[in-house]
Design a protein around this ligand. Structure first.
Ligand code: RB5
Length: 143
């Protein structure tokens, strides 16, 4: 898969760890930053990754900030994005099975790198359950 990944300054180490993990699994990674040594605004990076997904430049995206909350709020402003903030493998798996989440958000100050990698693996390994399509259609109608 082509996976875009981005973070703010609070989650650079986690972003780099996840990018390396996903690369080792054979995914094509588009690392959108941010660079080290600066304080940045997470909406700028959420917008870049969400744009990559909705234009088809990326199949999925992973967004990390301190809590994952800001990234998820910002990414979900983009039409067509279903960004899910998760903290464990169960919510990560269900974010795909029930919500067809196309962006996964994680908090570097909340989960460690091993839990985060397990979450990404669970999300990528799950498939959308079509029984939930009616709810997604209603969400799309709200857009
Ligand atoms: C940055 O300090 C912090 O606010 C950000 O990483 C994130 O936690 C926001 O939701």
């Amino acid at each position: 898969m082509r996976i875009a990944i981005a973070s703010d300054h609070a989650a650079i180490a986690l972003r780099q760890a996840l990018a390396a993990h996903l690369g080792e699994l054979g995914h094509q990674i588009d690392d959108l930053g941010c660079d080290e040594g600066q304080r940045v605004d997470y909406p700028d990076y959420a917008a870049a990754a969400a744009g990559a997904v909705v234009t088809g430049a990326a199949d999925r995206a992973v967004l990390v900030c301190g809590t994952g909350i800001g990234m998820s709020i910002a990414a979900n402003k983009v039409v067509g994005i279903r960004a899910a903030l998760v903290h464990d493998v169960t919510t990560a798996r269900l974010a795909r099975e029930h919500n067809d989440a196309n962006i996964l958000c994680l908090g570097a100050r909340v989960v460690g790198p091993l839990v985060a990698a397990d979450c990404v693996d669970a999300w990528l390994g799950a498939a959308f359950d079509l029984r939930h399509q009616q709810r997604l259609t209603k969400i799309a109608a709200m857009e």
